[in-house]
Every structure is written in C-alpha cells, then in structure tokens.
Design a protein around this ligand. Structure first.
Ligand SMILES: Cc1cc2nc3c(=O)[nH]c(=O)nc-3n(C[C@H](O)[C@H](O)[C@H](O)COP(=O)(O)OP(=O)(O)OC[C@H]3O[C@@H](n4cnc5c(N)ncnc54)[C@H](O)[C@@H]3O)c2cc1C
Length: 420
C-alpha cells in the first residue's frame, strides 16, 4: 500500500496536465497509465492555438517547434474554398501543430515526471478504493516487468482525479453518466502517405457525403503530419436523427474516394486500418466531482461540440482540477473537503458554461441536413462571416466579443425556427 496527495488515473492529455500542475505546485502525485508510451491513440492529431498555449505553459513550446506547424484552416464546401488564418488573440498564438498522439502523450507525461510526478506505466486502475462513501485511492493491476503475472496493489491518496478517457470505466463506477439530451460525436481516422504532407494548412470539408451523395452533419478532415503522412478522418454528430444508421467506415471510404485528388489518398496509400471513437462533448458527463474525486477531459465530456476539439479542453480541465486540488489540499492534512472540490465545477461553468450551451443548441440545429446545407452554403460565400465562425468554433473570440457570439447564436436559432 502506498500513500500520495493525489492519484491521477490515465496519462492522456488531461491526466498528464493535471499531474504536471500538481507536481509543479509541490504535491506528491502518482500518475497511472494502463499502456506503455509511446502508444497509438485514435485522434486527428490537430493542436489548435488553444492547445499550443497550454503546452507552452507547461514548458513544451520549444519541443513543439520540431513538429509540423500550420497557420490556419482551409474550409471547402459546395465547390468553394476559403483559407482562414488563425485570428489574433491576446491569449493564444496564431498557429497550431499536428503532432501524432503517439509522440504527444509521451512528451506531456514525461514533462509531468520531470516536474516531480511519479508515473507508473502498464498500471491499470481496476476500481476506486472506497471508505465510508468517499474515494481514498484505487486498486491497480501492475504488469510485472519480469514477465510474471500482474500484481494487484492498492494506492491511497487524499484525492483521486479520474482522467481515463471517453469510456471512463472508473467514472462510471463512481456513478457518473452521460446526459443524453446533450450531443455526442463519433469520428474515425487513418493515416495516408501523401505528397502534400507538409502543407501549412489543415483542411476541413464541410459537405461530407455518404455513398449516395447525401450531405451529412459532420465534417471530413485532412491534417498534414509533416512526416510523409496525412491524418484523414470524418466526424458526425448525434444530433443528426439517423446517426446510428451511419456506418462510419463506409463514410470514411466515401470521403477518401471523393477527397481532392492532389492529396494522393486512396486505399493504396493507406498506412494502416482506420480506427474510430466516441467524442463526449458539451460537459455531458456528470456529476464531475464527489467525495474525494474529480473527473477531467473526455471522462467529463469536455470536448467542444462546435468542432470536436478535445485536447485543449483536456489540458485545461486537468489544469483546473490541479488548481482546485492545490487549494483544497492546502486547507488541512487529511482527505480534501468535498465543498472545496465543488470549486472545480464553478471553474468549469465559468470557462465553458455559456459557450457550451450555445454550441449544443447550434449543433442541434445543424443536425438537420437541410439547415446544415443552408448555413454552410451561405457562409462559404462570405470570408468575413467564415472568419468569425472560425473564431466562434475554435473558441478564440476575444473577451470583448463574447456578447456577439451569443447574438450570432440567436440569429442562427431564428433562421432555424423559420426553416421547415
Ligand atoms: C477520431 C478522433 C479524432 C479526434 N481528433 C481530434 C483533434 O484533431 N484535435 C483534438 O483536439 N481532439 C481530437 N479528438 C478528441 C481527443 O482525442 C480527446 O478529446 C482527448 O484525447 C481527451 O484526452 P483525455 O486525456 O481526456 O483522454 P484520453 O486521451 O483518452 O486519455 C486517457 C488515458 O487514460 C488511460 N487509461 C484509461 N483507463 C485507464 C485505467 N483504468 N487505468 C489507467 N489508465 C487508464 C488510457 O490508456 C489513456 O492513455 C479526436 C477524437 C477522435 C475519436
């Protein structure tokens, strides 16, 4: 049995960021990861300026410079193309990176280790450890490096952070569940060799179609990785009435067939099979805290519903959890008071509450294919409108613009009400 200030379950973006910030603040942190780095993780690998800001804050700015940098988003729909540079913002850079999760997650977990966190790899939390209704640690299955049977150990802590991703087995064991009224996404991706692998734009296709040529509410992407490959994928929203009937593998095949020829993507240039996953969004999973525990990242449903971006929100929620815990741990020497953990929810609501509400309503509207076609078709005729949309969707509006964002939503909602 070992004892720590905090045990963090999962060393993806949110768990590693949380462990980093806790270790930086001087707390004794154990970070558990069931896999061994480097490992594959299904993702589009796109880091927006929001993610770059968090990685830079964690001291990884220089390391990022060795990876593929891009300056903005190229949007294509209904035969039109718009190249939209990242906007100016006082808090974010004007560029992003594409870094495979194979490399990225190892870098951030190592950063947490360097800051003083203890990282156990091939160590899977199998259940929360409960005492008198509060979480006091976790039961962990650790792989034996000598090849023997895994050992089961109990680790104890004053608080536990659950950062175990979209499936969140531990979150579910603690009673957290998804609010089905809120949207969810699903997405699939694969790597392809491409002559355009080092372009300075990421590309998104807003008129992704099924085999029959019907436009669906979602988007297809081609993100240059810079190492000979591009990351290609499609994502779809649950607000689309028929989303359960959509076969994402077929949708992906149709997108690959239909994508501009110059990318050179085809079944013959695929580097491996396509893999997919769920995107819990809009803070749809809760409760997000309880006696002795907090949920972060995908485990909390923190993905931005406007664009399916989750890495930045994983880093940010991990950081907010660390800040909340730092305050709570300073209040005494025993288990952290539940009332102090409630401040985490206050932080989440202050940062995302209104924005995610607006976004959830927006994606409910574009779940109707006719409206989606109308909005995208109209938007693609106006660069200034699309620049504004990019700022809203990537959550990079300046603080003085949050009012207009709400106004934009009201306008969209009004169009929706008028459309049969
Ligand atoms: C196809 C697809 C494309 C996407 N593209 C993008 C994109 O381009 N940009 C973007 O910003 N977001 C993207 N996302 C979303 C993004 O991948 C997630 O939001 C992000 O990974 C969430 O980070 P996390 O740390 O919360 O969870 P995860 O990244 O899932 O990390 C969880 C970690 O916990 C470990 N773990 C799980 N259970 C246990 C356990 N019991 N014990 C110990 N360890 C455990 C896992 O091995 C994993 O390392 C995409 C998602 C999908 C499915």
């Amino acid at each position: 049995m070992t004892g720590h200030d905090v045990v963090v379950i999962g060393a993806g973006p949110s768990g590693s960021a949380c462990a980093y910030w806790l270790a930086e603040a001087g707390w004794d942190v154990l970070l558990l990861e069931k896999k061994r780095f480097p490992r594959e993780k299904t993702c589009g690998d796109g880091l927006t300026p929001r993610s770059v800001r968090q990685l830079t804050d964690m001291g990884l700015g220089t390391t990022l410079e060795g990876h593929h940098r891009f300056d903005g988003l190229r949007s294509l729909a209904f035969g039109r193309t718009l190249e939209l540079a990242w906007p100016e913002h006082p808090g974010f850079p004007r560029h992003g990176y594409v870094v495979t999760r194979h490399d990225l997650d190892r870098l951030v977990s190592e950063r947490a280790e360097k800051a003083g966190a203890l990282l156990w790899q091939e160590a899977e939390a199998t259940a929360p450890l409960l005492e008198g209704g509060r979480v006091v640690g976790a039961t962990v299955k650790r792989k034996d490096p000598g090849g023997g049977p895994p050992a089961t150990v109990e680790v104890r802590a004053r608080a536990v952070v659950v950062s175990d991703g979209s499936n969140s087995r531990i979150g579910r064991a603690l009673g957290a569940g998804r609010d089905r009224q809120l949207p969810q996404g699903m997405a699939i991706r694969a790597y392809y060799n491409s002559p355009r692998h080092d372009e300075p734009w990421i590309e998104s296709h807003l008129d992704v179609r099924d085999r029959e040529g019907n436009v669906l509410p979602g988007y297809g992407w081609i993100f240059p990785v810079g190492d000979g490959r591009v990351n290609v994928g499609v994502g779809l929203l649950s607000t689309f009435r028929h989303w359960k009937d959509v076969n994402t593998s077929q949708l992906m095949d149709a997108f690959v067939e239909w994508a501009p020829e110059s990318w050179g993507i085809s079944p013959g240039s695929a580097c491996g099979p396509a893999t997919g996953g769920r995107l819990p969004m809009s803070l749809s999973v809760g409760p997000r805290h309880g006696p002795g525990w907090l949920l972060t990242g995908d485990a909390a449903g923190a993905i931005n519903p406007f664009n399916g971006e989750g890495i930045a929100y994983a880093y940010e929620t991990g950081r907010m959890a660390a800040l909340t815990l730092s305050e709570a741990l300073s209040e005494g020497s025993g288990p952290v008071p539940t009332s102090a953990l409630a401040r985490y929810e206050d932080r989440l609501q202050a940062s995302y509450g209104l924005y995610y509400k607006v976004a959830a309503a927006f994606v409910a509207i574009i779940g109707r294919p006719r409206l989606m076609r109308l909005l995208v078709g109209t938007g693609m005729h106006s660069r200034s409108l699309m620049e504004w949309v990019l700022r809203i969707m990537s959550n990079t509006l300046r603080p003085d613009e949050l009012g207009p964002a709400e106004a934009a939503y009201r306008a969209v909602a009004a169009i929706a009400a008028l459309t049969p």
